[in-house]
Write a protein that binds this ligand. Structure first.
Ligand SMILES: [Zn+2]
Length: 217
């Protein structure tokens, strides 16, 4: 792994917590209470998708939370640590890591630049979060071109969307050429095992699909 993360964000989504909760339940690292109780969003670091596996390649396995989950997680079979994960929206450029439940020797610190998936956090609690940072959201009911937006720091008021490109810029630059391999090169990475877990009830997407099933009430 490259020692300097490209980007750090804090994720408010329910799936991120479910990932590290699952690892803990299998005997993996304990999820810090502030995250388990959803008081503090989960830090995510994004690293260039180019790395070397020095040892233990046979102990890497791949999972997804449920059938329609797009994120493939690389989890060790020995200590159930989530090493990193890939998602189609990274276009093979970056991988995401969750320092709340894994440590990497020699990885440098970086300040978080934004909250993401803020639609999954309680709105009243969200505006109280510190530090105040821009927050990106997905509006699951909106037309495709209106789906993603960004809110001003410490607020739910929409900000200029050009900020999105600024924040997510690191997603768009390709990883350095070798040496090393990429996520897709790991055996099984592209065919993750489906854990079949139900989506957490505080998922905004789930609430919306429930209410439309119930006649939009
Ligand atoms: Zn998340």
């Amino acid at each position: 792994m490259h020692s300097l993360p490209r980007l750090k964000l804090k994720c408010c989504c329910v799936d991120c917590l479910q990932r590290i909760n699952w690892c803990e339940q299998q005997g993996g690292p304990k999820v810090p209470l502030e995250h388990a109780e959803r008081k503090v969003p989960i830090p995510l670091i994004y690293m260039a998708n180019r790395f070397q596996v020095l040892r233990g390649a046979d102990k890497l396995s791949f999972y997804k939370l449920r059938d329609d989950a797009e994120c493939s997680m690389c989890i060790t079979t020995c200590c159930h640590t989530l090493m990193f994960a890939d998602h189609p929206c990274y276009s093979g450029n970056v991988l995401v890591g969750m320092p709340a439940a894994a440590t990497w020797q020699g990885l440098e610190e970086k300040e978080a630049e934004a909250y993401i998936q803020i639609q999954d956090w309680d709105p009243e609690d969200y505006v109280q979060l510190e530090p105040k940072l821009p927050g990106s959201y997905t509006d699951h009911m909106a037309a495709p071109e209106e789906k993603f937006g960004i809110a001003k720091p410490g607020s739910l008021e929409p900000d200029d969307k050009s900020l999105l490109m600024e924040i997510f810029g690191p997603f768009f630059s390709p990883p350095p050429e070798g040496p090393g391999i990429q996520f897709k090169d790991l055996p099984g990475a592209e065919t993750p095992w489906n854990l079949g877990l139900a989506e957490d009830r505080s998922s905004k997407k789930l609430q919306l699909s429930d209410s439309s099933a119930a006649g939009g009430a």
